[in-house]
Design a protein around this ligand. Structure first.
Ligand SMILES: [Zn+2]
Length: 334
């Protein structure tokens, strides 16, 4: 265990002032805003059942005080948390897992076999993320990454189950956004926690037609064929709702799956037709922005363009980076 650096008094005082933004959903599910970049961008989920609890994704190290405050607000003792189910090891999802688990004496982290080594020994993960974000931004966004002790990690096989006080959750391996991605199926309630595999959907972009959804093609393991297959696999469970990290609960899954797949195909076309330009990334960003503006207007979104740009600019940048990485992989493979 890495020693706690803050004094207990200071930690407690800071903790008491924190107001977590939580949203209660059916069947003991609660979304907690992880306060990553801006409100409404990323949500960790807590599931309560039979006096026990589990997290699904946790946010960054900076999110941990909010998650602990949320447990307090829900009246869940730290010792009652049995699992930290992690969809994948991207730091906005799992960067805070090691730090959080220092506070949860009985919890085990549940990870895809390709993801687990990166949280047990995070040096490579940190280096990779610093390459994407740069050092200054990395530190502001993620802070220290605390490793998880190997004996507290459970590694999954596809379709493995864990039980929270008898409530079964199925872990399905869903590559495409990342090779080591898994989704968490709440078997008895027709819900799936989809991490980043089922895209992102900001509540600010909801209209009378429902949610607007976009795929996330973040570096460095985006694979369109795998992603399309994983979206189909999620939809094949006919879930009533999906819980996304970005941002929480969406319904109307059949339509959203079809929208996502159409966009994945469109993004591949955009990447391919710009692949040989001098500024590939810039060209992709321009077309992606236009695609989303067009789709948002068709969806009935009335927000001014400048507001939409502010909501989507970070995703456009990251998605373009991921598409560039994918093109480079294709070129190397050819
Ligand atoms: Zn991700």
């Amino acid at each position: 265990m890495v020693p706690e650096t803050r004094t207990p008094t200071k930690a407690k005082a800071a903790h008491l002032m924190l107001q977590p933004t939580i949203t209660r959903h059916p069947y003991g599910i609660t979304a907690v805003d992880t306060e990553y970049i801006r409100p409404g961008l990323a949500a960790a989920h807590i599931v309560e059942h039979g006096g026990r609890a589990a997290f699904v994704d946790v946010g960054t190290t900076h999110s941990v005080p909010y998650l602990l405050a949320a447990l307090d607000q829900l009246g869940i003792a730290r010792g009652a948390v049995d699992y930290v189910l992690l969809t994948h090891v991207h730091l906005d999802h799992a960067g805070g897992a090691g730090r959080l688990m220092q506070e949860l004496p009985g919890a085990r982290a549940v990870l895809h076999p390709r993801g687990a080594p990166h949280l047990i020994e995070p040096a490579k993960l940190i280096a990779g993320s610093r390459a994407v974000y740069g050092d200054a931004l990395f530190e502001r966004l993620y802070g220290d990454i605390v490793p998880i002790a190997a004996d507290r990690v459970v590694v999954t096989k596809d379709a493995d189950r864990v039980e929270l006080a008898g409530r079964p959750f199925e872990l399905i391996h869903t590559p495409g956004h990342a090779l080591h991605h898994q989704c968490v199926v709440d078997v008895t309630h027709a819900a799936i926690f989809t991490g980043d595999t089922f895209g992102l959907s900001y509540r600010e972009l909801d209209t009378e037609k429902g949610a607007f959804i976009m795929p996330t093609t973040t570096p460095t393991q985006f694979d369109p064929e795998q992603l399309l297959a994983s979206i189909d696999r999620i939809a094949s469970y006919q879930p009533e709702c999906a819980y996304l990290m970005h941002y929480s609960r969406v319904t109307g899954i059949a339509r959203l799956a079809s929208d996502l797949k159409a966009q994945v195909r469109e993004l591949v076309q955009i990447a391919r037709r710009n692949a040989d330009l001098p500024d590939v990334k810039g060209a992709i960003m321009k077309e992606m922005r236009q695609l989303w503006l067009t789709l948002l207007r068709q969806h009935g979104c009335k927000l001014p363009q400048v507001r939409i740009d502010a909501l989507l600019e970070a995703d456009i940048d990251l998605n373009a980076q991921g598409l560039v990485a994918w093109i480079e992989r294709q070129k190397r493979a050819a």
